[in-house]
Design a protein. Sequence first.
Length: 887
Amino acid sequence: MDLVSGYKGMVELVFGNENSSSNEDSYVERVLDRISNGQLAEDRRTAMVELQSVVAESRAAQLAFGAMGFPVLMSVLKEERDDVEMVRGALETLVSALTPINHAKGSKDQVQPALMNSDLLSRESDSISLLLSLLEAILSIPRGITRLMDMLMDREVIRNEALLLLTYLTREAEEIQKIVVFEGAFEKVFSIIKEEGGSDGGVVVQDCLELLSNLLRKNASNQVLLRETIGFDPLISILKSRGSTYSFTQQKTVNLLSALETLNLLIMGDPKVDPAKDGNKLTNKTTLVQKKVLDHLLLLGVESQWAPVPVRCTALQCIGNLITEHPKNLDAIASKFLGDDVQEPALNSILRIILRTSSTQEFFAADYVFKCFCEKNSDGQTMLASTLIPQPQSMIHAPLEEDVNMSFGSMLLRSLTLSENDGDLETCCRAASVLSHVIKNNSQCKERVLKIKLEAPMHSLGDPEPLMHRMVKYLAVSSSMKNRNGKSALSSNSYLQLIILKLLIIWLADCPSAVQCFLESRPHLTYLLELVADSTATVFMRGLAAVILGECVIYNKSSDSEKDAFTIVDTFSQKIGLTSYFLKFDELQKSFLFASKSLEPRKVLTRSTAASMAEVEDVDEDSSSNQKDEELPILSSVFDSHFINTVKRLEADIRESIVIVYSQPKSKVAVVPAELEQRKGETDGEYIKRLKAFVEKQCTEIQDLLGRNATLAEDLSKTGGSESSSEQRVSGPSNRVQLETLQRDLQEVSKRLELLKEEKVKAESDASYYQNLASKMESDLKSLSDAYNSLEQANFHLEKEAKALKSGGVSISPDIEAIKAEAREEAQKESETELNDLLVCLGQEQSKVERLSARLMELGEDVDTLLEGIGDDLGLPEEVDDEDEDE
């Protein structure tokens, strides 16, 4: 096995030549030699027991076993199946070698032998197939599971061993689960729990609850069978407090945690099934509330402040899961009152836990209740928001004991308006988290809270300020606070700033009036820009601040040139650059993927995990060795899956909006360039021709610039910070200068383009007017030509008649000749007068036609085509004139 040789090298690297490690190594080697080469069966069995014992207690022994022990044990499992003691010892040793040992918290980088052994075993396909064959052998034994179930009713020692074996067998095997349930597992398990004393019992109760959880986990049919046969009463009875409610031993704590874990399995349902179609889950929730389980959970999570923190937190999480998206259960929690002497609504009591608890875990657990209460519950949100009425300044400083008589909204606003010292600031941030649930996806509640005005601590300090402005103020104060070591005071409570940023993101989403209120104070935008560019801030703070800036763009409906979307984009483009801005989104997404690991399903509560869970009261805030690991549960609580999806959707909208903003001019105001003015001595035709060439050139340039700018903005929005940070630092300034230069060119050319478009429209209008005028003149000229031709023809006929009379030899009296001469003279005078007038008109029209022809040629019209055919019918009068001259 090559992996084994490599593993030996790892052991030597980790342990070196230290005596203790060397002793463990040599001891494990000797024991393995006795197992593989021993002659006496009893001696080999004893060696197997010794090996299991040392591997279960020593990390060094686990490492040594991984280096040389797997081949020996696999040989035992394969060749000695008839020796039950040896097979059992081999399996127990394998389990011990794969189980982490947590005697004390080790350093983060310390080698984990159990993980290395698991990896080594999983790489050998023969090992996995061998273990599966053993499992099949157990299942193939006739009535084997039935005999195990019968052992649950045997004497205590056998019963406990059979119970342990069943918990292992039912953890993942669905077929075994079906057989166990069919053999009456529910009745027998609850019978043992009752016999052992319920939650006050020992480890046997824990094993029974673990077996019960295995049977119910993601198994709707078993859940229905439990509900329809013996019901949920036996499970609920485990949660009832017996004897001294102030006494919580470690085992009792583990038993209660196991019972709450089982309860969670009933109300969480199968994650693969659509929650809206999971009828079994809804039925379980309804039945449990009818059985008064809510009272027991409130007693453990809210009223029993002496209960251990893990129990209180788990009970609060059960309450949240029980009421989420269930109208009847939501009404039940809203109408529930707690207390003996002075009763108050249960929601108020849970809010007080949020504001007062010293445990971060308990705060997030109680906050989870409000998250579930407000999820898709607009009526509940409106009910809570209706109580948000500002209190007088005198009530704000009232003693804490008086908040029992306060409404939910008054208590919440009181916490939002405390002083700015460290403790009060944390309370304000926790109240802000509750407020974010109240206004989430509810425009009516957002507008209502937006109208809340808070009085200044002293009337002389100014007018009342909006609640949103106070939240931004707290955000700035929390960023500037320093602890004694010079580090951020929020290093141990880093969720405070994240909560306020999350509140602002939820508040501004789909709410233009909230964006307007946020931008009313210019320092707000300046602070966000500084936070985005702050290298000392966390990735989450910079990323969420960038999201808020983006919301100020996509939900900005302002007509004020100093607050509109273009100005916002231009501002952070100049201050931090678009490349750096989009880089914050990429960093945030990578961090989300890292934080999402903590969103995986909770680990199964077993003996090895329950004890450590019961011992943890809260996160050790003084320990910084594993600070990053300790922040994961906090990040998973702040960044739940719904919020992560919201941020991802907003990021896509922000990128698209910025591309749109950069692809259009800021305004329609244009400055007339000098090139567009008509020069002195320049004819209209030359001016129009020059304008046309200028428009074509500018259109080409502006289209090229618009295309380049849109492509650049789109590439930035898609790639963002995909390059390495070093490349970004080098290329960032040059990209920024290039983008700003293109932006200025775009604005200037956009102005020119708008003016040229107007000039083009005007020129086209003038051309159309002159074209119509030319057509009209052409028609008038044709009419005059027709009249002139008619007159010439009449004169021609008269002359012809006169010639005929003269040639006929008829004597003409002097009177006739005189009359004829007089008539001819008058006709000639009239003809000459009309001809002169006509020639004058023709001269004028000819001048207009020449000017129009020149103008039409400049506009690109074919003048010859327009004048074609005009004047062709004037040839006849010219011939007549020629004949008169001949005569």
